[in-house]
Each structure stands twice: as C-alpha cells, then as structure tokens.
Design a protein around this ligand. Structure first.
Ligand SMILES: NC(=O)c1ccc[n+]([C@@H]2O[C@H](COP(=O)([O-])OP(=O)(O)OC[C@H]3O[C@@H](n4cnc5c(N)ncnc54)[C@H](OP(=O)(O)O)[C@@H]3O)[C@@H](O)[C@H]2O)c1
Length: 237
C-alpha cells in the first residue's frame, strides 16, 4: 500500500509509520522535524512541513506525492494539545492556533489530495474521545476534535469513492500525556480527567506508541465495515 501519515516524527504517527513500514508498505510521512529511525528506511519518503503554513502546504504536497497517482490510505494524525484550563480563560488566538493544526490543515490537505491524485481509497483522521466527552479543561482541543469529526462526516458525503472516518485512538503514552502527567496535583479537583489520565499511565489502558499503532491499524481495517464519515473509537471496535 501507499500510505500518507501526518505527524510522523513522534508518538502515534511514528508508531504507525514504523508499523506500516515493517509490514512492507511504502510510507509518505510529514512533520516539522525528521525522525532518524524512519529516515533510514528506503520505503519511507519524508517532507518537512509546518501544517499551519497553508500556502506552503498547498505547494509542497503535490510535489511530495508526484511519484504516485493514488494513495491506499491517508492518516491525518498530526495534532496538538494546548494548555489544560477553562474555556473562559482561553483566548481566541489560542483556539485559532489549535484549530489551524487540528482542523484547518486537514481541510487544506484533503482538498489538495483530492485535487492532485486520481484516487484515495481510505482516509482516517485521528480524533479523540475529547471530541464528545466535554471534559472540563480540554477547551480548544475538544472544540477542534468535535469540528474534525464533522469535517470528516461532511467530506464523506462529497467523496463517495473514498472511505472516511474520524478515529479516537484511545490513550497513548506520548508527549501529550507527558504534559498531563506533569501537571501539579492542584489541577485534579477542577479538571477530573487529569487524575484519570495520570492513573492510566503505565497501565494497559495507555499503551506505548508502537503497541498503540497495532491496535489503531487493526481498527483502521475494521473501520471499513462502518458507514463512511463515522466517528469511531478503538476502545469500542
Ligand atoms: N496521546 C494520546 O493519549 C491521544 C489521545 C487521543 C488522541 N490523540 C491524538 O493522536 C494524534 C497524535 O498525537 P500524539 O499523542 O502522538 O502526539 P505527539 O507525540 O505530540 O505527536 C504529534 C505529531 O504531530 C506533529 N505536529 C504537531 N504540530 C505540527 C505542525 N504544526 N505541523 C506539522 N506537524 C505537526 C508532530 O511533529 P513535529 O513536532 O515534528 O512537527 C508530531 O509528529 C493527535 O491527533 C492527538 O490529538 C492522542
């Protein structure tokens, strides 16, 4: 398969890129920083790109993918978590920054992919349980993942030949969770999810990226049995 993965330098994106390369697939990966281990693999092509630079993105992606006419799988994985705090103290500027990476970059990417390629078979946007849980403190991140789910649903109606889904990958021990784990205990009363995530760390509820990638890749295959445009959660599949 030809697979495009965004946010391949660390965390789940790195786990997924390594997993699909080990299975013998060709992986096109993008992020701002390269990952040395991936760069050593002949089946890996890399583009350094800040996804929030939309104008550059529009030019760089068609060039990056010029060796192929179609992609079997696109995984829009790159995402950022901003500071855990109440929405009322989250500025519009901060919400915009999160929305740019977690949502609007994916809109730009989807538009370019369908314009420049002959075919995309499956597109998976990595979402989060935060899209629907309404957990206090998850401010811009929760808004961005809820919007991402609807973005994917809407695109599924416009592109009948591609299977779309927004997929919550479950908890994964990555940089995002490092940030939450380092939050002081004083956060736990106001933001109950912080405590839940701290307790999950080091348990099977929060696998490391390579193990999570195995679970997510199985769910990506299973997603094809669900209606295109669905929001799915690996913990329920
Ligand atoms: N970890 C969890 O428990 C968890 C739970 C639910 C959902 N998720 C979702 O899973 C996905 C992966 O998260 P993760 O936990 O693996 O996080 P991570 O380790 O922080 O990885 C994020 C990836 O996104 C890339 N990225 C961030 N900003 C970017 C930008 N402006 N332009 C290009 N690339 C950018 C990063 O690469 P560079 O810094 O090199 O650019 C990195 O490769 C995210 O969508 C996240 O919301 C994670």
């Amino acid at each position: 398969m030809n697979i495009l993965i965004t946010g391949c330098s660390t965390g789940l994106g790195f786990g997924l890129a390594s997993h699909y390369l080990e299975e013998g697939h060709k992986v096109f990966g993008t992020s701002r920083n390269p990952n040395d281990a991936l760069m050593k693999n002949d089946s890996f092509s890399y583009l350094s790109q800040d996804l929030s630079d939309f104008e550059h993105l529009k030019k760089s992606i068609p060039e990056f993918l010029s060796s192929t006419k179609s992609l079997d799988l696109v995984i829009l994985n790159a995402g950022i978590l901003n500071e855990v705090k109440d929405l009322k103290v989250t500025t519009i500027e901060e919400i915009r920054r999160v929305m740019d990476v977690n949502v609007w970059a994916n809109k730009v990417l989807i538009d370019i992919l369908f314009e420049s390629l002959e075919n995309v078979d499956q597109l998976v946007a990595i979402s989060s349980g935060a899209a629907v849980s309404g957990s206090r403190g998850w401010n811009a991140y929760a808004l961005s993942k809820a919007t991402l789910n609807m973005l994917i649903d809407l695109y599924s109606k416009e592109n009948a030949t591609c299977h779309f889904c927004a997929l919550a990958p479950g908890l994964i021990e990555t940089g995002m969770q490092d940030y939450i784990n380092d939050l002081p205990d004083s956060y736990q009363a106001k933001f109950p999810l912080v405590n839940k995530l701290k307790q999950a760390r080091g348990t099977e509820k929060m696998p490391k990226p390579k193990d999570a990638a195995k679970i997510v890749s199985k769910s990506i295959t299973r997603a094809l049995k669900h209606p295109s445009g669905s929001f799915l959660d690996v913990r329920e599949m």
